[in-house]
Write a protein that binds this ligand. Structure first.
Ligand code: E4P
Length: 221
């Protein structure tokens, strides 16, 4: 399963990219706004740091505006995936971009039917928002299962990109289902790295080594 980071925060992107964990990045207007700086600089930097796919989202809601914005977004790099909303105009733009070989991520997917339609329009990625479904008392992970089952019946070249991930258990469940990609807020990826027994184990190893070193002061590893 590929791991994308769901952020426009350069510090987090560099940190996890240096660990070799990142296959790509997803952003959206809210994530850009959260960082507060000039989004142009952020988009330039992110597309340089990351080799893999970087989803940059249009803000126009009608077809021609989406096409213009998508083409401008692609100027940031060949790794830019144009992110469009799951609307009739979004699907029309998805179809046009895909026909030109420009990859598209269709975002704000909340049903299996929406995912099916986005795949038919040629999307490279569909982004079902599981956390937001959980928030309203629906089972977000069940949507991933449904989309996986439907896609496995056909030959779409569309990847399931699990979005709106809230915690590490979401990641395990998505991996068990066989989702292609999860996009993770930095906090979730941080939690995945940690286990209390790892910290206790390391503290004990270091304390024992210190005791040994006192008896053998010249020893080095
Ligand atoms: C995905 O591409 C979106 O940016 C993101 O996962 C939305 O998550 P949220 O529901 O936490 O805002």
């Amino acid at each position: 399963m590929k791991i994308f980071l769901d952020t426009a925060n350069l510090e987090s992107i560099k940190k996890f990219n240096d660990m070799g964990l990142l296959d790509g990045i997803t952003t959206n207007p809210s994530l850009m706004s959260k960082e507060g700086g000039n989004p142009k600089n952020a988009m330039e930097e992110i597309t340089k740091i990351i080799q893999g796919d970087v989803s940059l989202e249009v803000v126009s809601t009608e077809y021609s505006g989406m096409m213009e914005e998508g083409k401008r977004l692609r100027e940031y790099g060949d790794n830019v995936v144009v992110k469009v909303p799951m609307t009739p105009d979004g699907l029309k733009a998805c179809k046009s971009f895909s026909s030109q070989g420009i990859p598209v991520n269709v975002t704000l997917i909340f049903s299996a039917n929406q995912a099916l339609l986005a795949a038919k329009s040629g999307a490279k990625y569909v982004s079902p928002f599981i956390g937001r479904l959980d928030d309203i008392g629906q089972d977000g992970m069940n949507l991933i299962k449904e989309i996986k089952e439907i896609f496995s019946n056909y030959t779409f070249n569309t990847q399931i990109l699990v979005a709106s991930v809230r915690h590490p258990l979401h990641v395990i469940d998505a991996a068990k289902i066989g989702a292609d990609v999860v996009t993770l807020p930095p906090g979730v990826l941080d939690k995945m790295l940690q286990h209390p027994l790892t910290k206790i184990g390391l503290d004990n190893f270091l304390a024992d080594w210190e005791k040994l070193k006192q008896k053998n002061p010249d020893t080095k590893i």
